[in-house]
Write a protein that binds this ligand. Structure first.
Ligand code: HEC
Ligand code: HEC
Length: 355
């Protein structure tokens, strides 16, 4: 009989401290299960799902998106308005053909990405990584697939000067371009009223980050966490349970369901054909070879293709591969379908943005 009674969640990371503990479903005897036996599609399993326990674990290990992002204390409407204009500004790319919004689309259904494996930049060359979503991004502990940037402000200084992305040569060249476009001098003034020299590259990044911090998008999952049990379906709950039981949550943890720690891709089996060494490039530590930021899974149903190289076209493919590579599990197709259903509850729209 398939009994899955131990919810063992190791390596839960809370403010950098690793805590391990066990959640034991009440009234059930502890029994070990072989990895291949996990299947939440089994009708026997649903009777074992303790709804209170599931909700409690979800609140502890995942959690609702807060109403405001860290660092947003000084985000005035003027600063956000400037940041939004800059986010759509193609004038700050070499050939005036590329803005943040060209790779991180906020039009309906685009969910902050460009839906291509890797993105084409201002000179028509492709980068090596898939563009992640900007929606909810500021809740993560670091930015970029390899975490090389600590926050949104620092991150925003990168793409403009990246030779493949927007391709500008120096911060000065960027500011000269902006000075030449009507309205920016006044907009910087309004956004940074106490600054004697408001038109700086750093302030540009601060304003873009202020705009990005408005891109908060809770979903049905947050309603469920708030106590609306019916906000997610039975199948989605099965998927949520599978997410906990299989240990997806060990890595994809916190309110963004990921984006809170670094892990190797290929814990059990290497990712075939992968040459991107990830965090090793940043730290040059041998143990960081193939280590990436565990991506957040908020809006994951809408941000394909998947993985850092965008080589996995479907979400069920990505989930199946996760089982194999990270957990040494051959997920049952029903299990994969449940997991994908659960991930759908993480869809959410930020407040509408018009250019
Ligand atoms: C040519 C396409 C392109 C343009 C233009 C671009 N980005 Fe990106 N963006 C990417 C790619 C690709 C990555 C991932 C790169 C990596 O991790 O090495 C990324 C990463 C990010 C991240 C990190 C998200 C995360 O979860 O780690 C943020 C935030 C972001 N971009 C915002 C911006 C902003 C703001 C601008 C404009 C100033 C911008 N991007 C311009 C393609 C682009
Ligand atoms: C040991 C840590 C770990 C575990 C366990 C794990 N993941 Fe991941 N997951 C990662 C890392 C790291 C990546 C980034 C892989 C890459 O891009 O190369 C990732 C990527 C993903 C992606 C693609 C995200 C994107 O933006 O392209 C999905 C979906 C995903 N995981 C779902 C799951 C599910 C479902 C489970 C459980 C069956 C799971 N993961 C278990 C670490 C983990």
């Amino acid at each position: 009989m398939k009994s899955l009674v131990i919810r063992y969640i190791s390596a839960f990371v809370l403010r950098g401290t690793v805590v391990s503990f066990m959640v034991l479903a009440p009234g059930m005897a502890a029994a070990a299960t072989g990895p291949e036996e996990h299947s939440t599609s089994d009708p026997a399993m649903s009777s074992m799902m303790d709804p209170d326990q599931l909700l409690l674990s979800s609140r502890v290990f995942l959690g609702r998106l807060p109403a405001a992002m860290p660092g947003s204390q000084n985000d005035t409407p003027e600063r956000i308005a400037l940041g939004k204009r800059l986010y759509f500004e193609r004038g700050i790319s070499t050939h005036k053909n590329q803005a943040c919004h060209d790779c991180h689309l906020l039009t309906e259904g685009r969910a902050g990405t460009d839906h291509t494996p890797t993105s084409k930049g201002t000179i028509g060359e492709f980068g090596k990584r898939n563009s992640p979503t900007v929606i909810n991004a500021g809740f993560q502990f670091a930015q970029f697939w390899d975490g090389r940037s600590p926050d949104l402000v620092d991150q925003a200084k990168g793409p403009v000067l990246n030779p493949i992305e927007m391709g500008m040569k120096t911060p000065m060249e960027v500011m000269d371009r902006l000075r030449g476009i009507e309205g920016y001098a006044e907009a910087f003034q309004r956004a940074f009223p106490n600054d004697p020299q408001p038109m700086t590259y750093d302030n540009m990044a601060v304003a873009i980050a202020a705009f990005e911090r408005t891109l908060i998008a809770p979903g049905r999952f947050d309603k469920y966490l708030a106590g609306e049990e019916d906000a997610i379906t039975e199948q989605e709950k099965m998927g949520l349970m599978a997410f906990m039981d299989h240990g997806c949550v060990d890595c994809h943890t916190g309110v963004t369901v990921g984006g809170q720690l670094y892990r190797k891709i290929g814990v059990r089996h290497a990712l075939a054909g992968n040459e991107d060494v990830g965090r090793y490039e940043v730290t040059k530590n041998e143990e960081d070879r193939f280590v990436f930021k565990v991506p957040m899974l908020r809006n994951i149903t809408r941000t394909g293709p998947y993985f850092h190289d965008g080589k996995i076209p479907t979400l069920s493919g990505a989930v199946h591969l996760m089982g194999q590579l990270q957990l040494g599990l051959e997920l049952h197709p029903g299990d994969t379908a449940d997991l994908v259903a659960f991930l759908g509850t993480l869809e959410g729209n930020p407040p509408p943005v018009q250019e």
